[in-house]
Design a protein around this ligand. Sequence first.
Ligand SMILES: Nc1ncnc2c1ncn2[C@@H]1O[C@H](COP(=O)(O)OP(=O)(O)OP(=O)(O)O)[C@@H](O)[C@H]1O
Ligand SMILES: [Mg+2]
Length: 246
Amino acid sequence: MIEIKEVTKKFKDKKVHVTALKHISLTVEKGQVVGLLGENGAGKTTLLRSIATLLTPSEGSITVDGFDTVKNTNDIKKKIGVLFGGETGLYDRLTAKENLEYFATLYGLGKHETKVRINDLSKMFGMKDYLDRKVGGFSKGMRQKVAIARTLIHDPSIILFDEPTTGLDITSSNVFRQLVHQLKQEDKTIVFSSHIMEEVSMLCDSVAMMHKGEVVYKGNLEELYEEEGSRDLNYIFMSKLVRGDV
Ligand SMILES: Nc1ncnc2c1ncn2[C@@H]1O[C@H](COP(=O)(O)OP(=O)(O)OP(=O)(O)O)[C@@H](O)[C@H]1O
Ligand SMILES: [Mg+2]
């Protein structure tokens, strides 16, 4: 369970102050899949980085399964898997398998467990053919699959993905979608940001819509559809922007 309470995040960029998050409160229950929606610069990545203990809130607090993101960083790191768009965190000179083994070691996995995990993940992502090739020569989609596998290597119970399918082809995006379904069955908690409304409406139980650092709508997708009299998330989001009630 993730509890975000009145979180504000300010950045000092030279002499300009940017308030990326403004009094955000949001609760994500165990087993939920939550989509973060919002225009460029809305604060999605900042919020995900804050949950992942990579940023310290200027005000407010975030707890993950009761652990505080500022005080109990290590406890949280063990139970979360994070993947940020564009930052795969992989080593080009190592093979896909060596990369995964490296991250498994960081998380303290034993040899046998590592082998089983890599085998399962490479089967799931269809990576068997290139497990022993160096990541440096991989295409964007191949890289992203290894990066997603790296995120899941320690079997985290909470997973944060920042724009996980940006740049992936249809097949790889479908692999991601299947993965989310599977993780959901395993009762994992997932928060991911996306600009792809179809993906969010297919995968998420609920959404948080962000606008200029604020959460302007949060709640169950079915309830939102009912309220708005439409199941077109793209339309709902845009009409909220135009109506100005976001
Ligand atoms: N390290 C930083 N220093 C200064 N400003 C920052 C920093 N990180 C984020 N910001 C600012 O915070 C605001 C929110 O950025 P953020 O990256 O969270 O948006 P986003 O919703 O993820 O956007 P996108 O859809 O483009 O990825 C922006 O105004 C951004 O410039
Ligand atoms: Mg972002």
